[in-house]
Ligand binder design. Structure first.
Ligand code: AHR
Length: 485
């Protein structure tokens, strides 16, 4: 039986657990908003038309921060259409949708309060620019006495929304993006927009668009150029990444290796620009779209008619997907010193942990469980655990460690998160843990026996403690959480 070992020592701290790592994403895409989080007339809605079954699941999942309203959608969006009594119906060119604008900024903000989450707004830098971004910010955050803030008050929202986190557009490097730009064009626009937005509200935090994924031909050069333009004006640089199995389970189970390299490459690029510009300030990362997405099964939408709330990319997830999602969360935590924000894309129906039937039930997908357990138990400080163990050979990523792990500690409580990436071999894990405390509890999602089953509720995992050493056996292709409270 292959053996692996790690050490939990409070001296090896990486960074505090930033609660913003447990973010999600609500885009006006498919059925994420309409019949996802919002469905007036559904038997389980509140007075605002919000689905209370979805709200309860979002709270159970432990989602902390929600990015809105896109995604590709934002690059053709007029935010004014979604406020006040007159809501024009428009064509959404990004996803070939009929957008009724029944749900807009004020509805989203009411929903964030009901869900207990922090909003993260994106401005349109595709078809629009600096002025509209400032108008939106004035409407949202200015107390009153001006055109846009008084309009908000007239729309029934007396207090400013005080939205702190703002994205300067979405995936502006992608040729598919409405209003796609070169790095130099976007860098200048983002810098000027950021400076002006800070004049409206100096307390905001701004996210600059990085690459849409690390496979983009402009990856690296894009980050360097946009940062050279906007370094002083922004706080974070974005990363997006989606992964799929596509007939290669061993490679897919190692997807987090790529996420890990992607993060390290973007950190290096940001720090290179800092050195070049002689800056002390560090740019941190916002991994504001990540997930499993079976995109090779996505047929595209170019030949589809325009429809309201169409069924788009409603992937059904498997046990293997849950293991990989658990590994992504481990990876994000391991980079907690530089990754400050992360949003799983998306919350409801669109490649989502929560699925709904229009007029019917809402349910948890397999990937819900590792997210919910990590968000609940990963608290306090992230610890580097220095795992040792066998290596796996993959055609996608070359050599990859079989064990992926991270830990957190908060006072006497400990949480160890671990993934065995081997598709067919269990792994005997020993871990030195500090101090004494209550009993250890283990839970596991094991995909090895049937990786494509679509149910993956966690089961108990046997954990023994001998002196200061914990022993457990991680089944093939499994994600595990061990806690001591
Ligand atoms: O999350 C789905 C889409 O993926 C988003 O609209 C876009 O930003 C990304 O390419």
């Amino acid at each position: 039986m292959p053996q692996a070992h790690l050490t939990l020592d409070p001296a090896f701290s990486i960074a505090p657990v930033n609660r913003r790592l447990f973010g999600s994403f609500v885009e006006h895409m498919g059925r994420c908003v309409y019949t996802g989080i919002y469905e007036p007339g559904h038997p389980a809605t509140d007075a605002d038309g919000f689905r209370t079954d979805v709200l309860e699941l979002a709270r159970e999942m432990g989602v902390t921060t929600v990015r809105y309203p896109g995604g590709n959608f934002v690059s053709g969006y007029r935010w004014e259409d979604g406020v006040g009594p007159d809501r024009p119906t428009r064509l959404d060119l990004a996803w070939r949708q009929i957008e009724t604008n029944a749900f807009g900024l004020n509805e989203f903000m009411a929903w964030t309060k009901a869900a207990g989450v922090e909003p993260m707004m994106a401005v349109n830098l595709g078809t629009r620019g600096l002025q509209e971004a400032c108008d939106l910010l004035e409407y949202a955050n200015h107390p009153g006495g001006t055109h846009w803030s008084d309009l908000r008050v007239k729309h029934g929202v007396a207090e400013p929304h005080d939205i702190r986190l703002w994205c300067l557009g979405n995936e502006m490097d992608g040729p598919w993006q409405i209003g796609h730009k070169t790095a130099a064009e976007y860098g200048r626009l983002a810098n000027e927009t950021a400076k002006a937005m800070r004049l409206v509200d100096p307390r905001i935090e701004l996210v600059l668009c990085g690459s849409s994924n690390s496979g983009m031909p402009t990856f690296g050069a894009w980050e360097a150029t946009v940062l050279e333009h906007a370094y002083d004006a922004v706080d974070y640089l974005s990363l997006h990444a989606y992964y799929e199995e596509n007939g290669d389970l061993p490679g897919f189970l190692c997807s987090a290796v790529d996420m890990d390299r992607f993060i390290s490459d973007v950190v290096s690029t940001a720090d290179h620009v800092a050195a070049k510009l002689r800056k002390r300030k560090k740019i941190n990362l916002s991994f504001d779209e990540w997930n499993v997405w079976n995109f090779s099964r996505f047929q595209g939408i170019e030949h589809e008619p325009f429809r309201h709330a169409p069924e788009l990319i409603e992937d059904t997830f498997t046990a293997a997907d849950a293991v990989v999602v658990g590994d992504f969360l481990i990876t994000l935590l391991r980079h907690a010193d530089r990754v400050s924000i992360a949003c799983q894309a998306q919350l409801a129906n669109i490649i989502a942990p929560i699925r709904t039937e229009p007029g019917g039930r809402a349910w948890r997908q397999t990937i819900f469980h590792p997210f919910a357990l990590t968000a609940r138990h990963a608290r306090g400080t992230v610890l580097r655990v220095e795992p040792t163990g066998p290596m796996l050979e993959t055609s996608r990523y070359g050599e990859a460690p079989a064990l992926s792990a991270v830990a957190t500690t908060d006072g006497d409580s400990l949480t160890l998160l671990a993934v065995n990436r081997s598709p067919d071999q269990a792994l005997d894990l020993t871990a030195r843990i500090p101090g004494t405390g209550g009993p250890l509890t283990g839970q596991v999602i094991a995909a090895g026996d049937d990786p494509h089953r679509t149910e993956a509720a966690p089961r108990p995992l046997a954990v023994e403690l001998h002196g200061d050493t914990l022993h457990t056996r991680l089944p093939a292709a499994s994600w595990a959480i061990i806690t001591r409270s």
